[in-house]
Design a protein around this ligand. Structure first.
Ligand code: A2R
Length: 317
């Protein structure tokens, strides 16, 4: 099985590649030209998905059986700062990938990765959200992912493309960028433990509830969906349980070796926030038999260890 991971040098990509290699797939990844990727066992190509001609040419050359499309501007806060780039990469870039796949002689199976953020302003009676719940995106990132999902569905229906779509809820783990909340807390706690930051953690909105899943569980779902998901369908991937950001912070504080104060940082508050995001995960269980296995406490512990080792070896990053 030849699997192509577009956006393979990103946070999820690295875990997915590791899992595919364990499953003995032949793995090819694409990365941004400026990105570093040291992936033993996988071939690596540079690709900017905004360069349509190169996308088409490379897909034909690689001729994959499975394609995991992970490339994205993946940060909500960045999408407020740079909406145009977010729309370009997440919508135009995805259309370039879909068009390239459509024009291939060999018909690949495709997994298109969207986000639980697409559901947006969920009303309490709709929680947990299932795949047919209304989409009311509350930020630019969410709007682009909802758009990608709609276009994916149209391509599957209109052109008979063998395409499965995912709405992934918050996934976390070691090596995630600290622009994401759980990684930010763990990094700050590790800096404080090492004496490189005063004993104060700076936080944004602690009330918001999110559905957190360990990235190692998430990539198992992606492979199962790529193998067995129904073409043209969308699947939620999440733990099925919403946890407040404040509770994530409590887990970080519990695992920290030192006393830490908490302070609200206005910079970290978003213009619009979605109060509760919780996935109904019955469909992914029913169709491919996947359920999250790793407990949040375990994930936070592994993230703390990761940041301790990064800070211990390199100093403040
Ligand atoms: O922005 P960079 O330099 O970190 O590169 C990211 C890459 N990427 C692109 N690849 C090709 N052409 C582009 N124009 C382009 N712009 C960005 O996609 C990065 O290496 C990768 C996405 O990885 P992360 O940002 O680490 O996201 P993560 O957490 O791995 O999420 C994977 C997927 C995304 O579609 C998310 O929106 C979704 O899961 O939740």
């Amino acid at each position: 099985m030849r699997s192509l991971v577009i956006g393979g040098a990103g946070f999820v990509g690295k875990y997915l590649v590791r899992h595919l290699l364990e499953l003995k797939h032949e793995v090819i990844i694409t990365k941004m030209p400026m990105e570093e990727a040291r992936v033993e066992g996988a071939a690596v190509y540079d690709l900017d998905i905004l360069d349509k001609a190169t996308v088409t040419e490379l897909l034909e050359k690689i001729s994959p059986d499975l394609v995991f499309h992970l490339a994205a501007q993946s940060s909500v806060s960045m999408s407020w700062k740079n909406p145009q780039q977010t729309v370009d990469v997440n919508v135009k870039g995805s259309v370039n990938v879909l068009d390239g796949l459509r024009s291939m002689k060999k018909k690949a199976r495709i997994l298109l990765i969207g986000s639980g953020e697409e559901y947006g302003q969920v009303i309490p009676s709709e929680t947990p959200v299932c795949e047919t719940s209304p989409l009311r995106p509350g930020n630019i990132y969410a709007a682009t992912k909802a758009c990608q999902n709609m276009i994916g569905r149209i391509y599957a229906q209109a052109y008979g493309m063998n395409l499965v779509m995912v709405r992934a809820f918050n996934h976390i783990g070691p090596d995630q960028s600290p622009v994401f909340v759980a990684a930010d807390f763990c990094r700050q706690a590790a800096l404080i433990e090492s004496g490189m930051q005063e004993a104060v953690i700076r936080v944004g909105n602690l009330e918001a509830k999110r559905d957190f899943t360990d990235v190692r569980d998430v990539v198992h779902a992606y492979v199962l969906l790529a193998e067995k998901g129904q073409a043209g369908e969308t699947y939620n991937v999440g733990s099925g349980h919403a946890v407040s950001i404040g509770d994530v912070l409590k887990l970080v504080l519990k695992q920290s070796a030192v006393e830490i104060q908490v302070e609200v940082d206005e910079e970290k508050l978003r213009p619009v926030d979605v109060p509760v995001m919780e996935a109904d995960v019955r469909k992914v269980w029913r169709d491919v038999g996947w359920k999250a296995q790793i407990q949040l406490e375990q994930t936070i512990g592994d993230m703390m260890e990761y940041w301790r080792s990064v800070i211990g070896s390199k100093g403040c990053s």
